[in-house]
Design a protein around this ligand. Structure first.
Ligand code: 13P
Ligand code: SF4
Length: 346
């Protein structure tokens, strides 16, 4: 069955030729990445989308990544997401309407200072547009520290959304860990105007439900059973996990670390399980271990991109029908594009 499906995907791709490019995020399963023209982290994929010439960009990833690809590609290019269910829960934790309301409260708490909002790539286009409208920008896990530096050149404070852990880890990287206030829009007591007034960095209370589950116990366990193991984790992990690890970095940085390891080295990987599996396959001479067992850390948003859906969207294109088109509203496109451009420039 699998080989029949692979044959169908290959036949459709042959038929479509240069009209199609497939981008695959590092967290996609093997049956998707094996068909990808380019595999990478969300920053690399946004650059690939910007450089793509193909009429159709098929995105193996989640909605916010496909939206960013639509914003960044030309108007005559079409972005297709094989499953419309592939939505990152963290992106849903900062809805533009809710942020609008919070913005009024946060700016009122600190009226004489300029706050620059930065949104993590893992957010929807309307929030990216909002950030641009207030002088802010987008960042990914590979350039969050540069986005903070950019923002502090322009203003006095940063509001970082939606991932509080990436925000906290970035504040530490910049030596600003004592300047943090948290803003929890769901809890009346989590909105502390006095703390906002006193702090330089305000963190929205969002998190990734995959990375938040890694604990320092996982690190201890892996080190107990593999005394030579080094540990690398994604900066969406909790602060204490990042602190206990040997290294932290974006999925591209995790790939680079394993690529540059010596044969026989052991690396335990604290991120989504499919990337760990790819690294095991790509670097058989390195001992690559999942930080937490085999099964517990998979992203159900990424998992929605099923190879059967990939087959379907490709065969529909061959038949002249565009399915699952991701089309960002024109009124958001321009400003969200500005937020992305500012990121690509830093
Ligand atoms: P990267 O930017 O490191 O690829 O991470 C994307 C993501 O969704 C992490 O959870
Ligand atoms: Fe969203 Fe986390 Fe999945 Fe990344 S791993 S897409 S942040 S839920």
């Amino acid at each position: 069955e699998t080989s029949e499906r692979t044959e169908r995907i290959e036949a459709a791709l042959e038929e479509l030729g240069d009209d199609v490019v497939i981008l695959g995020h590092n967290y996609q399963r093997q049956e998707i990445v094996e068909h990808a023209d380019f595999i990478g982290d969300s920053y690399q994929l946004s650059k690939e989308a910007a450089n793509a010439d193909a009429e159709y960009v098929i995105f193996g990833g989640v909605t916010f990544m496909a939206e960013s690809a639509d914003i960044i590609t030309d108007d005559d290019q079409t972005v297709i997401l094989p499953s419309m269910e592939a939505s990152c829960p963290m992106a849903g934790m900062a809805e533009a309407l809710q942020v609008d309301a919070a913005w009024a409260e946060i700016t009122a708490a600190t009226p004489h200072e300029t706050i620059i909002p930065i949104t993590y790539m893992n957010s929807y286009a309307d929030l990216k547009a909002f950030c641009a409208s207030q002088g802010g920008l987008v960042c990914t896990s590979s350039n969050a520290h540069k986005a903070f530096e950019y923002a502090f050149e322009k203003g006095d404070k940063v509001l970082f959304l939606p991932d509080k852990h990436l925000g906290e880890n970035t504040a530490h990287r910049l030596g600003m860990e004592d300047a943090i206030a948290e803003w929890d829009p769901w809890d009346p007591e989590g909105k502390d105007a006095a703390a906002v007034a006193e702090s330089d960095i305000i963190l929205w209370d969002g998190y990734c439900q995959v990375h938040e589950r890694f604990t320092t116990d996982h690190i201890e366990q892996v080190r107990d059973s593999n005394p030579d193991a080094q540990v690398i984790v994604h900066p969406e992990c909790r602060r204490e996990v990042v602190e206990a690890a040997d290294k932290a970095g974006s999925t591209a940085e995790i790939c680079r670390t394993v690529e540059e390891a010596d044969p026989g080295d052991t690396w335990a990987i604290g991120t989504e399980i499919h990337l760990t599996e790819h690294l095991q396959r790509w670097h058989p001479d390195v001992n690559v271990l999942p930080l937490c067992g085999d099964a517990c850390m998979d992203c159900n948003a990424m998992r929605q991109i099923d190879p059967n859906y990939l087959t379907w969207v490709l065969e529909e294109l061959v038949a002249g029908r565009e399915r699952n088109v991701i089309d960002v509203a024109p009124e958001e496109k321009e400003l969200a594009g500005l937020a992305l451009e500012r990121m690509l420039e830093i």
